[in-house]
Design a protein around this ligand. Structure first.
Ligand code: SAM
Length: 317
């Protein structure tokens, strides 16, 4: 599988404190001067595009918190070779920013929402902003940031009772609701036992709505498996990153907010592109590094990884 997608964490800051991502005492942020500037991110994307990357996803942390993110979107959308620019957001600020992001050239959004019930939403994220997120989803549909994908991480005993309501969104709205298996990233986040495998989530959905049937989704081509509930406007997806191994079909690499390229979420190895940029390395030299990194992407798999812990908001989920 050739590497086509670059996922960029544009900030490690977030306005939510999801229990599985950023526990309460996790307050240390990377210093501003260590974060890639917007011009540096643009340069990395331009050079990666010359190496065959044609899709970029902005994430974080919360990407909509990054100052002037709309101007970054405008630059990246206009970069030669980039044919799709997307963004993953918690949706809290989306309602007020969707118009400008669309006008700047953003193609579509993934919106994270782990519960449709106010109390459990607060329990997971630490904040009372469910209505902002629901408003953000509708706005994204209205302005055409489509197809909208919804991301939900399901944790046993925390929000597994939300599976049916979340799945029902795909009946009523033209959205793809994707259930993501929880991946324990470090010792301070949710216990690994709270993980619910894809098969169990699927059984809950099929118990309520009947058998799911296969669906092909025109966008993304990532590791998600897609299905439909009968007569639904949207679709259901599963990202089974723990109960299955999809390394062979993974076509993405990552750029952390402090300028490290990671060939795989789980790889202990990263490559400091920020240092090369700030030392004045030429475009041609940086591209030859990029080509080598891309070439060895598939030597990493989740099973041979030696990475112990990592921060999702820094690497970019
Ligand atoms: N703030 C944005 C958001 O909430 O979508 C973008 C960053 S967030 C890290 C991106 C995605 O990663 C979200 O859908 C989130 O639920 C997911 N995520 C974070 N930590 C995770 C974990 N430990 N296991 C599985 N998914 C995780």
């Amino acid at each position: 599988m050739s590497v086509k997608c670059l996922r960029i964490s544009v900030t490690d800051r977030c306005n939510l404190r999801c229990v599985y991502c950023r526990p309460l005492h996790d307050c240390a942020f990377i210093k501003d001067k260590e974060i890639l500037s917007l011009d540096e991110i643009h340069r990395v994307v331009r050079l990666f595009a010359d190496c065959g990357i044609d899709r970029v996803r902005l994430t974080g942390g919360e990407p909509l918190l990054r100052k002037n993110v709309t101007s970054l979107v405008e630059k990246l959308a206009a970069t030669k070779g980039i044919r799709e620019l997307t963004l993953t957001t918690n949706g809290v600020l989306l309602k007020q920013m969707a118009d400008e992001l669309k006008a700047a050239g953003l193609n579509r959004v993934n919106i994270s929402i782990d519960s449709l019930e106010a109390n459990s939403y607060r329990q997971i994220t630490g904040y009372d902003c469910l209505s902002n997120v629901v408003g953000g989803i509708q706005k994204a549909i209205d302005v055409g940031l489509q197809p909208v994908k919804i991301n939900a991480v399901i944790l046993r005993g925390i929000n597994h009772s939300q599976v049916v309501s979340l799945a029902r969104m795909s009946i009523d709205l033209p959205v793809t609701v994707r259930f993501i298996e929880y991946c324990p990233t470090n010792k301070d986040t949710q216990p690994a036992e709270d993980y619910m495998p894809y098969g169990e989530i699927r059984r809950i959905i099929e118990g309520e709505f009947g058998a799911l049937f296969d669906a092909t989704i025109g966008h993304g081509n990532g590791p998600a498996l897609y299905f439909k509930i009968k007569n639904s406007a949207g679709a259901i997806g599963f990202i089974a990153g723990r109960s299955t191994i999809f390394c062979e079909t993974c076509n993405r690499i990552r750029l952390s907010c402090d300028g490290k390229i990671k060939p795989c979420l789980y790889s202990a190895q990263d490559y400091d592109i920020r240092q090369l940029i700030r030392e004045g390395t030429s475009d041609e030299q940086i591209k030859s590094h990029m080509i080598k990194i891309i070439a060895q992407k598939h030597t990493f798999t989740r099973l041979n990884s030696s990475a112990k812990e990592f921060s999702m908001r820094k690497v970019g989920g």
